[in-house]
Design a protein around this ligand. Structure first.
Ligand SMILES: NC(=O)c1ccc[n+]([C@@H]2O[C@H](COP(=O)([O-])OP(=O)(O)OC[C@H]3O[C@@H](n4cnc5c(N)ncnc54)[C@H](OP(=O)(O)O)[C@@H]3O)[C@@H](O)[C@H]2O)c1
Length: 346
């Protein structure tokens, strides 16, 4: 049997803000058969993750491309790998059978042909929607959980600040921190998002950073006694303002730098005297280095989901052609919660 596989590619490297004309949809005819004895597997893609880090893979050059196997450069005109959920259509790998649900690195396309070494495992949805595997029970969830508990090492009652707080990772950091007993303030880019954080997710407070002209003074207003933990998703001026407001022995977990990915001229220059004299720890991390907490993360999060104490916030578009717009939207704050593209029904 043959199918047509539509998939997304970049037309050239992207070194600034991505735009729709940077992408195109390509088509190929795919035979749904695999060579016995190969490791090949063909997956029908169901949900794919839309993640900011992909922009760093699309640049002509970025130090990130050499630092992690997940971050290698995307090749112009070639299929783009991405985290997602799918269903096996054909397999020459004895670990997988036709009909298995799988999660791992698939592609921004309708089908994935995986050969050689690939990152894929069978999936038990645990009674939850499949999309959860891409967000709250996937990498976003692990990032928030490991970043908050392992990197920030919180204590009950501590004051936590989260940027990009209505996004996929940020909203979960805020929810975990509240459940743990911290005081949580988030920032986000619209009035609607601020209301969402306070009214729907139970943040103690939130503000729209786009309305503020003096971020240092804003943070002093929300944290008159200082910040214990800053979970940084954006970098740039917000990191500088947070460092200026950290308490002694404060911890900054650098999860990502949204404000810097598309603007190489925007680099945070925190006051290093603050870092020294307040003994602040600023630590970057990658979720992939924290698989040691994976079991804890899943069992804790599943418990919270079952008791209704944590919410899965998702923002789902449909169809492979919607991938470029969904991706570009991350850099304009279009999403609330995890951005996902649903490719097909099971
Ligand atoms: N270290 C890791 O292992 C790891 C894993 C996953 C993600 N990350 C990082 O975590 C961060 C959040 O990722 P995510 O997947 O959860 O994305 P997300 O927060 O769901 O989406 C990105 C959000 O960033 C905000 N944003 C966009 N441009 C901005 C700018 N110039 N300044 C400030 N905020 C901006 C937007 O919200 P507003 O409306 O609030 O502006 C947007 O919704 C990213 O930096 C990502 O690279 C790291």
């Amino acid at each position: 049997m043959e199918v047509t596989n539509n998939y997304i590619v970049i037309k050239s490297h992207i070194n600034g803000s991505p735009k729709e004309s940077d992408f195109e949809t390509k088509s190929e005819i795919l035979a749904l058969s695999v060579d016995l004895g190969s490791n090949e597997i063909i997956v029908k893609n169901l949900y794919v993750s839309i993640d900011p880090y992909q922009i760093n893979r699309m640049k002509s050059k970025s130090s990130s491309q050499k630092a992690s196997s997940f971050a290698v450069a995307v090749v112009v005109g070639q299929v783009i790998d991405a985290y997602g959920v799918g269903k096996v259509l054909a397999s020459a790998n004895p670990e997988f059978e036709k009909g298995d649900l799988v999660v791992g690195l698939i592609t921004w396309g309708e089908y994935s042909v995986l050969k050689g070494d690939y990152m894929l495992r069978k999936l038990d949805p645990l009674g939850f929607p499949l999309s959860y595997q891409v967000g709250i029970l996937g990498f976003s969830g692990l990032t928030a959980y490991a970043g908050f508990f392992e990197v920030c090492k919180p204590k009950k009652g501590e004051k936590v600040f989260v940027s990009a707080a209505s996004g996929s990772v940020g909203n979960l950091v805020g929810q975990y921190a509240k459940l743990f007993g911290c005081h949580v303030v988030g920032c986000a880019g619209s009035k609607e998002k601020v209301a969402f954080l306070k009214e729907k997710l139970g943040f103690d407070d939130a503000f729209n950073y786009k309305e503020e002209t003096d971020l240092k003074a804003t943070l002093t207003k929300y944290f008159p006694d200082g910040i214990d933990i800053y979970f940084d998703n954006v970098g740039a001026e917000m990191l500088e303002a947070a460092v200026a407001n950290m308490k002694i022995s404060g911890r900054v977990a650098v999860c990502g730098v949204m404000a810097e990915y598309t603007d190489a001229g925007k680099r945070a220059a925190p006051d290093m005297l603050d870092v020294v004299y307040k003994r602040i720890t600023i630590r970057g991390f990658l979720a992939a280095d924290h698989y040691n907490v994976y079991e804890d993360f899943i069992s804790t999060t599943v418990d919270h989901l079952q008791t209704g104490s944590i919410q899965a916030i998702e923002d789902i578009s449909t169809g492979v052609d919607s991938i470029p717009k969904a991706f570009i939207g991350l850099f304009h704050g279009d999403n609330i919660g995890k951005k996902i593209v649903k490719i097909a029904d099971e």
